[in-house]
Design a protein around this ligand. Structure first.
Ligand code: EPU
Length: 426
């Protein structure tokens, strides 16, 4: 963990930002692409890898597995899992990284056994794993829990199964897509998540030769194979729609003109619709988006929803934007019960927010914000605090930058390049 802070001198409401920002590969895709690489007995090369803390932690867990090597250079990693036979996920790291749970799929499918701690990650809600346990049992595995770790075993391999998820879950969908690839027979996953990162993973599985249909729909069917042994597979990670959306929201608040490059605008349709309705000028091109800050922002009611609905990961940044809109807005966070954890800090900065319950907050605007000391409690709230500090009057200091670094690559360099006065201090 790093103990760095960011010092930011705010724009005091001025539209002071301009220039171009290039979007990195998606954190929430690359972590799963790396996990899926463990299926292959050949070498799998993933490109467009963002340089962030979560990626480093994932590489740490994968490299710790017996029989796996990872070679990293710049934004590329080559994973050789030809001799994978380890089954224990490195406990101290896995319990801090939610995405570590996705490794259970390939390790169980390849080795017949996996042992792992409860996967932690950002404290944004209870983050249970019941869907994983149910699914593995349906595929014929036995699950044990001994206070510290879960052990899942499928001595004679996983069996294809029909799994209906009672809740749409991104990591559960991904884990079972991966596990089913080496199961005996067909697996039908229903009520799956439809995020672009899931399609990206599906595209890699197709390169492995897996027959998979229904990507991007609520039902995915996978025909399991005995083994995957493709000597060299290469896959480019999809651009990070949450990073792009974070900059879009920042641009809507504080840019003369900002160009967000190397993104896929079609993954941000709902965010773009909302920002236009709120009064922002946005021009969408094939792989870039231009945004100009609006003189007057209108209020809006936002309800988070699984893709293609409004992403929960952009809910906190959007709340900051709505503090500057004229009138009453309502935010309804439907996915996680711990994601309105920014209220007290924004109120101390001058925002007028009323928490109705664990899922709903009312925002009355516009309220000019004043700089202050902040501590980012998770990745996305960390970015929301960056936005708040950038638009505020005066200086802010954001500590616990570790969380922002988990999800965003070279964030201060990107922000400096568009005119933000931001400094990393130790
Ligand atoms: N859920 C269950 N049981 C389970 C699993 C999930 O009830 O076994 C519930 C959760 O409690 C939640 C809902 O299902 O209410 C959806 O959660 P999901 O499983 O989809 O979340 P996740 O897979 O743990 C991923 C991203 C999150 C993102 C969410 C929602 C990764 C590594 N993380 O989490 O990203 O917020 O999907 O889109 O892919 C972030 O990047 O900052 C982040 C938190």
């Amino acid at each position: 963990m790093n103990a760095n802070s960011f010092e930011i001198i705010g724009l005091g409401g001025k539209k002071g930002l301009s220039g171009k920002v290039s979007i990195s590969g998606a954190k929430n895709s690359v972590l799963k692409l790396m996990a899926a690489s463990l299926l292959n007995k050949g070498k799998t090369t993933i490109t467009n890898i963002p340089d962030n803390e979560d990626v480093l932690r994932m590489i740490e867990i994968i490299s710790d597995l017996k029989g796996v090597s990872v070679k990293r250079s710049k934004d590329t990693a080559t994973i050789d899992a030809s001799k994978l036979n380890g089954f224990k996920l490195k406990e101290d790291v896995a319990k801090r990284l939610r995405a570590s749970v996705v490794l259970t799929g390939p390790v169980l499918a390849r080795v017949g056994k996996v042992s792992f701690p409860h996967p932690g990650g950002c404290v944004i809600g209870s983050r249970p794993i019941d869907l994983f346990i149910d699914g593995f049992e349906k595929m014929g595995a036995k699950v044990k829990f001994d206070q510290k770790a879960y052990t899942v075993e499928a001595k004679s391999g996983l069996k294809g199964a029909k799994i209906f998820f009672k809740t749409q879950s991104v990591t559960a969908t991904e884990t079972f897509m991966i596990a089913a690839s080496l199961a005996n027979g067909q697996t039908i996953l229903s009520n799956v998540a439809m995020e672009p990162e899931i399609i990206d993973l599906g595209e890699l599985l197709k390169k492995f030769g897996i027959k998979i249909t229904g990507l991007g729909t609520p039902t995915i069917t996978i025909e399991g194979q005995k083994e995957i042994a493709i000597s060299a597979v290469e896959h480019k990670t999809v651009p990070d729609r949450i990073e792009a959306g974070s900059f879009l929201i920042l641009g809507a608040l504080a840019a003369k003109k900002l160009v967000i490059e190397n993104c896929q605008p079609k993954h941000l349709e709902i965010v773009i619709e909302y920002l236009k309705a709120i009064g922002t000028k946005i021009i969408v091109k094939e792989d870039s988006i231009e945004v100009e800050g609006a003189k007057k922002l209108l209020p809006s009611n936002i309800k988070t929803h699984e893709y293609p609905g409004f992403p929960t990961d952009l809910q906190a940044p959007m709340a900051v934007l709505l503090t500057q809109a004229l009138g009453d807005s309502l935010i309804f966070e439907t996915i996680f019960e711990g994601r309105l954890n920014y209220i007290d800090d924004l109120v101390k900065m001058g925002a007028n927010l009323t928490l109705w319950d664990a899922h709903r907050v009312q925002v009355k605007g516009p309220s000019p914000l004043k700089g202050r000391e902040l501590e980012g409690p998770d990745i996305r709230t960390g970015f929301a605090f960056l936005i708040a500090a950038i638009i505020a009057e005066g200086q802010s200091k954001i500590s616990n930058v570790y969380y922002i670094d988990r999800g965003y690559e070279k964030i201060e360099e990107k922000l400096q390049s568009i005119g933000v006065s931001i400094k990393r201090v130790n």
